[in-house]
Write a protein that binds this ligand. Sequence first.
Ligand code: GLU
Length: 275
Amino acid sequence: MRVLMIALVGFLMSAAVPAAVHAESVLEKVKSRGKVIAGVRKDVPNFGMTTEQGEIVGFDVDIAKAVAKKLGVGIELVPVTSATRTALIQQGRIDLVAATMTHYRKRDDAVDFSIGYFYSPQTLLVRAESGIKTLDDMAGKKAGTAIGAGAAENMKKAQPKLTVQTFESYPASFLALQQGLIDAIGTDIIILASLRANAKNPDDFALPPTATYGGGEYALGLPENDSDWRDAVNHALMDIWKDGTWREIYEKWIGPKSKLKIKFEESGFKMHTYN
Ligand code: GLU
């Protein structure tokens, strides 16, 4: 009887735990192909932009490169936008996205995220002469942003009386602001500060300090349900904090010697300790 019981329990347990289906992890694919395919931006100054020589450079690009280096592989850069990055990950056409992508809870339905590697609240960029200082001043006005940016929803929540117009890219939004087609651009402070810093006359534009409304941590977008890959990417991020690479990249693109001139202590980003 006892033997029968053990056999029965054994049978039930094996029925309850299906045999592991071994889907190849992106980690294995990356290792065997010898490079990571990373989605980066071309339209965000200081984060992912194209030089006159056609090279894509920026904070996010260097973060992706540093992660690849820690993984011991090369890198191929694929340009993405706020609108395309999620689908490219879902379709398996890129292995990760390093593209000013904020980790919003609802995005978890579509992709997975690494640990955070930057932080930015959101605000408005306005023409200095407009006098717009708060979100209240935006009632009845038009704010632009990039298609796919979380700011479209966040701005509307913060000021239901504004109208949102989406553009294909941030430079296109900035052009519309310069031409007076919109009254403000809404997105991450760091993106707006970058657009302003790279403008011909930065003083023509202002970032009203009292108009913040949301934002969060930037994280690398990753394919769903691949914990081997996610662990490897997270460990690489931890390693680049520990060995000072992250800080070097920060200083190059965002720190006091860059166009943005933001001291690390004022960036709002806290590097967590992972032992
Ligand atoms: N970080 C924000 C987002 O992920 C805005 C910047 C962007 O368009 O990527 O929606």
